[in-house]
Design a protein around this ligand. Sequence first.
Ligand SMILES: *Cc1c(COP(=O)(O)O)cnc(C)c1O
Length: 499
Amino acid sequence: MDDPILARPKPPAEPDGAQSLDPQDWEALRTQGHRMLDDMLDYLEGIRERPVWQPAPEAVRRRFDQPLPRHPSDLESVHEVFMESVLPYALGNAHPRFMGWVHGGGTAVGMLAEMLAAGLNANLGGRDQAPIALERQVLHWMRELFGFPTGASGLFVTGTSMANFIAVLVARTGALGPAVRARGVAATGTRLRAYASASAHSSLARALDLSGIGVDALRIIPLDHRHQMDIRALEAAIVEDRGAGFTPFFIAGTAGTVDVGAIDNLAELADVAQRQQLWFHVDGAYGALGMLAADIAPRLAGLERADSIAFDFHKWGQVPYDAGFVMVRDGALHHDTFATPAPYLGRGQRGMASGSPWPCDFGPDLSRGFRALKTWFTISVYGADHLGQAISGCCARARYLGGRIETEPELELLAPVSLNIVCFRYRGDASDKLNANIVADLQESGIAAPSTTTVGGQLAIRAAIVNHRTADEDMDIFIEATLGIGRRYSARNWRHHDE
Ligand SMILES: *Cc1c(COP(=O)(O)O)cnc(C)c1O
């Protein structure tokens, strides 16, 4: 630079050793850092050789019941604790035979991107910086994927629980006007009503709780025989509530229910919302990204008419935790629900404080990590089509598993395999207890890790295929282990009968 006033200053003398947290020896840190990276790559490369899960022994649990360390330890020995006491006793959702709940598998690419984000230590609350441009790029991709207009806003959040909460707040502002932010819902004297199906996720009820509207404002609509929200019952409930002095404001459809993987009829829900002038939200936590898969996208018809969508990149998007996203059709309303002026957050036309609006204007968080980076890397490296194939593949594995269950007389499918979730049981006496035991035994064996749910009043063994690593052979291993454990319990019961 020619300007002598603005020339780069000379580097200072050594920083105060007692203050700085940088290493004394960068070479040693570099060597140790490469070792740590290799350890995690080894973990992912060899994941099939590991048990899915094993409970942490008492000695390991005690390892995390220590007083606050006052003195330093070297990185190498702290990392050793991680390798010995944390890594082997994680839940194991990176493993191809983890099938519990709805957990994503992650990728090595996502892990590497997360390291870059941590090194940069970017705070994406706001201000003028390329990381925010990158987050907007992901928003633009999502608008394109979901057929949303250019005015639609979007925000990375922890997960769909937070995304559902944000959607409820924006819909509330839409129904009652921005003044509700100052006065609160109660002062308006309005008794709001929201609607979701009997298999909607519990985070929707919690969103109504957190927003101060109250869980009782959520009216649960029964399911029809396809496990979808009963549309006629929904419309009747809205009419009835209006007659009783309530103010209906919000319909939440689900694209991929947690219990059986059903997709609500989104187009019909959009019609009802339009006729009744209500906000149409879709909880697409894992299912919405089915838009990436050619065979699933048609079943999501109507999603493009939603007022808001909540979904997770950390489930079917295979991005490491956490990476949820909320998208709102009316970006201005979204902004007006959260933007809060503060003198220390003033915006400028130039300098670092430019680039308004900022992400902090669209949600409750001010400081925000760089979740967008691992998502951008994942989409850029694999491409949308390959990610879509991973999603289709999960559904194919689920169909294969469902087919195998149908050919085994000892097993019974409890719900049709609609997407990627398979619910079944081992037939036998005291079937609920038997199946709960089978699931616990499977988990403790480390061979496979399904979870449980209830379908039609019966306890089900539930397998959700969300992991890109899962193959048909994993389904075979899972079925053989289930049959083996089930037979052993049945044989034991027979012995008890004889005694
Ligand atoms: C996982 C899930 C949620 C909750 O999402 P988080 O990311 O765990 O907060 C909500 N709804 C559905 C349908 C889900 O599958």
